[in-house]
Design a protein around this ligand. Structure first.
Ligand code: SF4
Length: 369
C-alpha cells in the first residue's frame, strides 16, 4: 500500500460539546492557515514519492469557501503525486452541501465524501450541539448523489443516554434508505477537556452504562451485517471491500502517512511526529522557516509489535498467527480467547469476533511478552 496524505482544516462553525479534535469556531485565521499550509506543502514536496489517498479532515473542511478549497486542492495536486485511482475524501457538514457546492467539490477532485451526520433524530442532534437537522442531512445526500458522488460515508454516534435502542436503530434505518457505501458508527466517549466531560464530572449522565452501550454495539453490528454491510473495523462498516476507507486503513495497518496542518500526525514506518495544536503557533513557525512540529517519537521494535496487535485486533483482518504466538503463554492466550468466542482462527490469522471487538483495547495485553 502506498502512503496516505492528510490535511487538517481546523475550523468549524460551532464547537460540538463532545469533540476532542483540534478546531476553533471561527474562520478569521483562514488566510494565515492557508499561507502556513502552502509553506508546509513546499517543505515536504520532494520527500514522498506517491500517495494513493488524500483526506481533507478537521474540523469542518466544507466550512471553507469554494475559493479556498480550490487553492488548497490545486496546491496539493501541484506538489504531490497522487495516483490516478487515489481515494480523495473531504469531511463535510450536511449544512454546507447544496447542489452547486456538491458539484464544485466533485469538479475540484473529490471522489468520496464523509458526511458528519451523527443522527437522524432532531432531539439527539440538538443534544449533540449539532447545527444541522435530519432534513439537512437527507437533502445533502440527495445533492451529493445528483452531483455524481458514488462513494458516500456517513458518520453516526451511538451510546448516548438520551438515545433508546429503538431510536438508534431507527437512525440506522433512515441512513440505509440512502444505501451509503460506508458507515462509521462511533460509540460516544467522554474526551478529556470537552464540555460533555465537564458536565459528566458534575454528575450529569451523558453516556449509556457500559453494559447497555455494549448491547447497542452488538445490535448495530448485527443490524448492519444483516443489511449487507461488512463490519470490517470496530466502528466501521462498508458495502463491500472496495468501499472500505482506504485512507483510514493506513492508520490501522501501519502504512506511512503524511499529515499537514495544525495538530496533524505523520508516520514513516518507524518514526511518528505531530504538529503544533494551535493555528497561530503553526502559522508563526512556518513563517519563520521552521517546521511546526510539536513532538516526535521513534517506535521501538516492541512498541511497533504491540501497536500492530492493538491495531490488528480492531479489524477483521486480525493478526498474523506467527507474529501473535511467539511465546508459549501467547499460544495459551489464543486458545483461551478462541474458546470464549472472542477470537477465531482464519487463514493463518487470529481474527476478532464482534464480541472480540468489544475488547479490542485490552486484547493485546494478553499477548504481550
Ligand atoms: S465534531 Fe466535527 S463539527 Fe463538531 S467541533 Fe468537532 S470537528 Fe467540528
Amino acid at each position: 500500500m502506498l502512503p496516505g496524505l492528510y490535511a487538517h482544516v481546523p475550523f468549524c462553525r460551532t464547537k460540538c460539546p463532545y469533540c476532542g479534535f483540534y478546531s476553533i469556531p471561527s474562520k478569521i485565521p483562514v488566510a494565515g492557515w492557508l499561507d502556513g499550509l502552502k509553506r508546509e506543502i513546499l517543505h515536504y514536496n520532494n520527500q514522498f514519492n506517491r500517495f494513493d489517498s488524500l483526506y481533507l479532515g478537521g474540523g469542518t473542511p466544507s466550512f471553507l469557501s469554494v475559493e479556498v478549497l480550490k487553492e488548497v486542492m490545486a496546491c496539493l495536486f501541484d506538489h504531490f503525486h497522487l495516483t490516478p485511482d487515489a481515494e480523495i475524501t473531504i469531511e463535510a457538514n450536511p449544512r454546507d452541501i447544496s447542489l452547486e457546492r456538491a458539484s464544485i467539490l466533485k469538479s475540484i477532485g473529490f471522489n468520496r465524501i464523509n458526511l458528519g451526520v451523527q443522527s437522524f433524530d432532531d432531539p439527539v442532534l440538538k443534544f449533540l450541539g449539532r447545527n444541522h437537522s435530519a432534513e439537512d442531512v437527507e437533502n445533502a445526500i440527495r445533492y451529493l448523489r445528483s452531483a455524481g458522488f458514488q462513494n458516500i460515508g456517513l458518520d453516526l454516534i451511538h451510546g448516548l443516554k438520551v438515545q433508546s435502542m429503538k431510536a438508534w436503530i431507527n437512525t440506522l434505518k433512515r441512513a440505509l434508505a440512502f444505501r451509503p457505501e460506508h458507515l462509521s458508527c462511533y460509540q460516544l466517549t467522554l474526551e478529556t477537556g470537552t464540555v460533555f466531560d465537564r458536565r459528566s464530572q458534575k454528575k450529569e449522565r451523558i453516556i449509556l452504562p457500559e453494559k447497555t452501550a455494549a448491547a447497542h454495539f452488538l445490535a448495530t453490528s448485527a443490524f448492519l451485517e444483516n443489511n449487507g454491510y461488512q463490519h470490517y473495523e470496530v466502528s466501521n462498516f462498508a458495502r463491500g471491500e472496495s468501499f472500505e476507507a482506504r485512507h483510514n486503513r493506513k492508520y490501522w495497518e501501519h502504512v506511512p502517512y503524511l499529515g499537514l496542518g495544525p495538530s496533524a500526525h505523520s508516520f514513516d514506518g518507524k518514526k511518528r511526529w505531530w504538529n503544533l495544536r494551535s493555528v497561530k503557533k503553526y502559522t508563526a513557525a512556518l513563517k519563520k522557516g521552521h517546521l511546526p512540529i510539536a513532538g516526535s517519537e521513534i517506535l521501538t521494535t516492541e512498541q511497533l509489535h504491540l501497536e500492530s496487535l492493538s491495531l490488528g485486533f480492531r479489524t477483521r483482518k486480525g493478526v498474523d498467527l506467527e507474529i501473535l504466538t511467539r511465546t508459549p503463554t501467547s499460544k495459551e492466550a489464543l486458545l483461551l480467547h478462541a474458546d470464549r468466542g472472542l477470537l477465531k482462527i482464519e487463514n493463518g490469522r487470529a481474527v476478532p469476533t464482534t464480541r472480540g471487538y468489544l475488547l479490542a483495547d485490552s486484547l493485546p495485553l494478553c499477548f504481550s511478552a
